[in-house]
Design a protein around this ligand. Structure first.
Ligand code: C2E
Ligand code: SIN
Ligand code: SIN
Ligand code: FE
Ligand code: FE
Length: 261
């Protein structure tokens, strides 16, 4: 439905609005959003033709909104699946997504939505890693490392056909274990060869791994985790991003969620 009005006031003060159009997004009876359009300088004639055009624009926008929401819902159920399988601890993926978007915005990543989806999906490939390696309590031996290191590529292969996934999300999945100094996997990319979103995500992933309990290591308190993160600047991680991340943490700008364990 589109409501068309004119000569609107806000709090009794004339704001020079000439024409307003309010499009409601509905699924059956339920209104789930609205698009407001207004012209200030001169009235816009709303002939049947422009109304038909508005209707088309509205449909396209509603379709996009819906797709975005479906992607969100998929991410949520996917992270629950991983939690149920004990591949990820409670809230890990929601937490890394929030932190990644915070750092990504600071670093100038354009596709924050893609970064967020990638953060949710980064370890999907771990589903293909045998239980005894994944939950091993000690360090991995060479043969086990070889298997573990396949997880970014496995995840990428599984996700590549999903048409709504932006390239940024796939970059994060495939390249989240590349190192700034070129010693990472799967490709051994170096420095800015690694897509920005993957460089951003790597900082957050290492931070969260340090702060969380893993089968092979205890959770570290914040000060120790910061210390170790700093040591990775210039090695695994891009120095500028480590500095930025630590500064954002100090400012409380990242709003880290409390963790359960
Ligand atoms: P993860 O546990 O999510 O760790 C993600 C990344 O955080 C690691 O990537 C590493 O770069 C960093 N990280 C984690 N813990 C530490 C730490 O104690 N010190 C430092 N400096 N960095 C740390 P990485 O190394 O490529 O490992 C990928 C995945 O392989 C890990 O994901 C984990 O699932 C597994 N893994 C790594 N090391 C071990 C291990 O010693 N034993 C077992 N069972 N699994 C391991
Ligand atoms: C971006 O800013 O989101 C893409 C740039 C890059 O991946 O290097
Ligand atoms: C934003 O928070 O600016 C949009 C990125 C997202 O979907 O989280
Ligand atoms: Fe990983
Ligand atoms: Fe992870």
């Amino acid at each position: 439905a589109c409501l068309v009005g004119s000569e609107m006031c806000i709090r009794d003060r004339a704001v020079g609005l000439r024409t307003t159009v309010l499009c409601l997004f509905q699924e059956g009876e339920r209104v789930f959003g609205a698009l407001g359009l207004a012209s200030f300088s001169h009235p816009v004639p709303l002939d049947p033709e422009s109304l038909a055009f508005l209707h088309l624009a509205k449909e396209a926008f509603a379709g996009w909104l819906f797709q975005t929401w479906h992607a969100e819902a998929l991410m949520e159920s996917f992270s629950r699946l991983l939690e149920r399988l004990d591949l990820e601890t409670e809230g890990h993926m929601r937490r890394v997504s929030q932190l990644a978007v915070g750092l990504g915005r600071w670093a100038g990543v354009k596709d924050l939505f893609g970064l967020r989806l990638g953060a949710y999906l980064h370890d999907l490939g771990k589903l293909a890693i045998p239980e005894e390696i994944l939950h091993k309590e000690g360090p991995l031996v060479t043969r086990e490392w070889k298997v573990m290191k396949t997880h970014p590529e496995v995840g990428y292969e599984v996700l590549a056909p999903v048409s709504f996934l932006p390239k940024t999300a796939l970059d994060v999945v495939l390249y989240h274990h590349e190192h700034w100094d070129g010693t990472g996997y799967p490709r051994g990319l170096k420095g800015e060869e690694i897509p920005l979103a993957a460089r951003v995500f790597a900082v957050v992933d290492v931070w969260d791994a340090l702060r969380s309990k893993r089968p092979y290591k205890p959770a570290l308190p914040p000060e120790e985790a910061k210390e170790l993160l700093r040591k990775e600047a210039g090695r695994k991680l891009e120095p500028r991003l480590v500095e930025g991340f630590l500064a954002l943490l100090e400012e409380g700008a990242l709003d880290e969620e409390p963790r359960k364990r």
